[in-house]
Design a protein around this ligand. Structure first.
Ligand code: AMP
Length: 201
């Protein structure tokens, strides 16, 4: 199964993605993790990406598409994978669609994790204190939310029109949220998806 996971900063994507890949036993492709790894290894990509990440802006599409394509070529992605934090723009979504067209029936599901902004701001500032993530600094959070609204949220419509979108309520305990996600995934796996996208549950 090929799944994309979409949600604003602080929605709990990381936690839920880890649970989902364990459940489905598919590779986890997090572009944020790939970029942070490149930063740690001090590669050219890491250096360029840092200038965008520090400001809460998106790294240019061509760089992201290059790292995703390289990763997709590896054998473990032949049957499926979970994309976490990708695609984040319409261009990335369109490129992914053509990259997956010849694979295993293409994209199976786009999962949106919905959390309102007041809750997001509180969660992200809590995480900034415990994980010391530079990009979580309060100054960049507003920018990351703005970028999400303007550049990433429009791809929800892209997937809704294709009948791939399932929106899941991200409020509640991690167990409660995962139950909702599992429900969506299981219904698609068993071929029961309604093909119309779902309203938040
Ligand atoms: P994340 O860990 O997914 O929140 O990503 C951290 C940061 O990496 C983002 O704020 C962006 O600057 C950058 N990034 C991650 N994924 C992408 C993507 N698909 N397109 C552009 N920039 C990205």
């Amino acid at each position: 199964m090929y799944i994309v996971f979409i949600g604003p900063p602080g929605a709990g994507k990381g936690t839920q993605c880890r649970r989902l890949v364990e459940y489905l036993r598919i590779p986890h492709l997090s572009t944020g993790d790939m970029l942070r790894q490149a930063q740690q290894q001090k590669t050219e990509l890491g250096r360029v990406a840092t200038t965008y990440m520090e400001q809460g802006k998106l790294v240019p599409d061509h760089l992201i598409l290059e790292i995703v394509r390289l990763r997709l070529q590896q054998d473990d992605c032949d049957e499926g994978c979970l994309f976490d934090g990708f695609p984040r723009t319409r261009e990335q979504a369109t490129a992914l669609e053509s990259d997956l067209a010849s694979r295993n029936g293409g994209l199976n599901l786009a999962l949106e994790l919905r959390v309102d902004e007041a809750e997001l701001i509180e969660r992200v500032s809590r995480r900034a204190q415990t994980e010391h993530r530079d990009d979580d600094a309060a100054a960049t959070l507003q920018e990351r939310l703005r970028v999400y609204r303007s550049q990433t949220a429009p791809i929800l419509d892209f997937y809704r029109k294709r009948g791939n979108l399932a929106s899941v309520n991200g409020l509640g305990t991690p167990d409660e949220v995962f139950q909702r996600i599992r429900h969506e995934v299981d219904s698609r796996r068993n071929g029961q998806g309604n093909g119309q996208g779902n309203t938040p549950t």
